[in-house]
Write a protein that binds this ligand. Structure first.
Ligand SMILES: [Zn+2]
Length: 150
């Protein structure tokens, strides 16, 4: 049994050794290594800022990262803490409603823009619920500082 396995395993090796020069063998080895690297990269998926995957960026955990909280605050501050659509600030919203920083192009559609200030806008709960991931509408005023940079 072990002899059979040994013979079967050594057959292609013997064929490669007899039909290829050392140079060709080295080239084949490098090609196989390159193919393995490409395969591993494809399986692990593309990485974005901070080494995050698209799956992580689309998940609720993304919203708990200090990187997101920081940029979220900057956007609220730049917009004077008001909804882009109805102009209400948090003191004018009824109980249970709040302001959120919305991704104009969703985190799922454009994970590369998840931390991009030009892709963020302030919306109240009601307006954000209406938009959802169905639209990529930008309600910011044309003179908005974040709009200028895009
Ligand atoms: Zn609103």
């Amino acid at each position: 049994m072990s002899e059979l396995v040994e013979r079967a395993g050594s057959l292609p090796c013997r064929w490669i050794r007899s039909s290829m020069s050392t140079h060709q063998q080295a080239l084949l080895g490098m090609l196989l290594l390159l193919a393995a690297i490409v395969l591993v990269r494809l399986l692990s998926g593309r990485r974005y800022a901070y080494g995050w995957t698209a799956r992580f960026i689309a998940s609720p955990e993304f919203l708990r990262t200090p990187e997101w909280r920081r940029i979220r605050y900057d956007v609220l501050r730049a917009n004077d803490g008001r909804c882009e659509l109805c102009g209400r600030n948090k003191h004018q919203l009824p109980p249970g409603e709040y302001l959120s920083v919305d991704h104009i192009q969703s985190r799922k559609a454009r994970p590369d823009l998840a931390l991009e200030i030009t892709n963020l806008a302030v919306l109240c709960t009601a307006d954000n619920a209406g938009k959802g991931n169905r639209h990529a509408d930008d309600w910011r005023h044309p003179s908005h500082p974040h709009r200028q940079r895009s």
